[in-house]
Design a binder for this molecule. Structure first.
Ligand code: TXA
Ligand code: MG
Length: 320
């Protein structure tokens, strides 16, 4: 099917209150008309997402922000100007036209302009802002390919627009820049270093325990079905270990694992981020009893990678 036809059809589904999974530069989103409370409610049902976890509203163009919410604080405007379209989500006041279910009742709203031609064309064609969380079941691995969406959500979605694998592979960075000093609420595909370079010092204040700062940045999240443990190499190998899988950054591990995924032979953290969830989906499918995942250097996108691995591991620790 030609892409243009796919997008026009998908836009019609959105306008009529349906759910469309679509590619962004970060991960696939599960979209609904953000001005339609019933459509947004279907997102929570399809994902089995708790109602306290607010959605991100997606716009086609940076200029659409003021049309939707009016004037924004100067640092919010500066960050939007610098990084949109791109993997940065900003917190603004929720405008009355957006129903409270989209923000889980919060007076604030998360918003971004994705840097993906299909996503932008779709939102533009729909003619409405599009509320979209990642297109996976709540708490599970994020989808970086259309196949992941099919496997995770199946019939709960009305239509999937297949744009191939996503470029960044990790969700957007979420920043609340309404106050004096910007606060990073979720590490993501826009490195903290890029934010600092643009607007000076920022605070990273992520939820890490039971009470998240941003609802939904829960300690346990992004989890494969297989128990996952974060390790620091070198890990002593066993001669015959066919019960475990191993996620390496650059070097194959010593020892005989059932399955090994190497994220980037060059140790390139951008490449590693792009491949992270796909590699975890593959390891998960091998049926191993445990996945060992290497901690990566804690700079640039490495911070977001370590964040995702830590939350995936926490799921299993909390369950004992
Ligand atoms: O890259 C992304 O951001 C992807 C693509 C599809 O755009 N979307 C995504 O959505 O990751 P989701 O639902 O998986 O994560 C949304 C996060 C949640 O942790 C939620 O708590 C936070 O955004 N959030 C939404 N509205 C918020 C608000 N008003 N204040 C603080 N955090 C908010
Ligand atoms: Mg998500």
């Amino acid at each position: 099917m030609p892409a243009a036809t796919g997008v026009a059809e998908a836009a019609a589904v959105l306008r009529s209150g349906g759910l469309v999974a679509f590619p962004t530069e970060t991960v696939y989103g599960l979209g609904a008309n953000a001005l339609d409370g019933h459509a947004a409610a279907r997102i929570f049902a399809a994902k089995a997402r708790p109602s306290f976890d607010p959605l991100i509203t997606h716009l086609a163009d940076p200029a659409d922000l003021t049309g939707l919410v009016g004037a924004v604080p100067p640092t919010v405007a500066a960050l939007a100007e610098r990084f949109w379209p791109g993997p940065l989500t900003l917190i603004v006041d929720r405008p009355p036209v957006v129903p409270p279910i989209v923000t889980s009742g919060l007076p604030t709203m998360a918003v971004r302009v994705p840097d993906h031609p299909v996503a932008r064309e779709l939102i533009r064609a729909a003619g409405v802002p599009v509320a979209a969380p990642s297109a996976n079941r709540f708490g599970m691995l994020s989808p970086t390919r259309a196949e992941h969406v099919v496997a995770g959500l199946g019939d709960a979605v009305d239509l999937i627009v297949d744009g191939g694998p996503t470029r960044c592979g990790i969700e957007s960075t979420i920043v609340d820049a309404r106050g004096d000093r910007p606060v990073v609420l979720r590490l993501g595909s826009l490195p903290v270093e890029a934010l600092v370079e643009a607007v000076g010092p920022v605070e990273v204040r992520q939820g890490s325990s039971g009470r998240p700062v941003a609802p939904g940045t829960l300690a346990a999240h992004y989890a494969p079905r297989t128990p996952l443990r974060v390790v620091t190499p070198p890990v002593p190998g066993r001669a015959d270990d066919d019960t475990r899988g191993y996620l390496a950054l650059r070097d194959r591990p010593a020892g005989a694992y059932r399955a090994v995924e190497v994220l980037s032979p060059d140790g390139d953290l951008t490449v590693a981020a792009a491949r992270l969830f796909d590699a975890l989906h593959r390891l998960d499918a091998t049926g191993v009893a445990e996945i060992l995942a290497e901690r990566v250097p804690d700079t640039g996108l490495g911070r977001a990678i370590n964040d995702r691995l830590g939350r995936a591991a926490a799921t299993w620790h909390e369950q004992g």
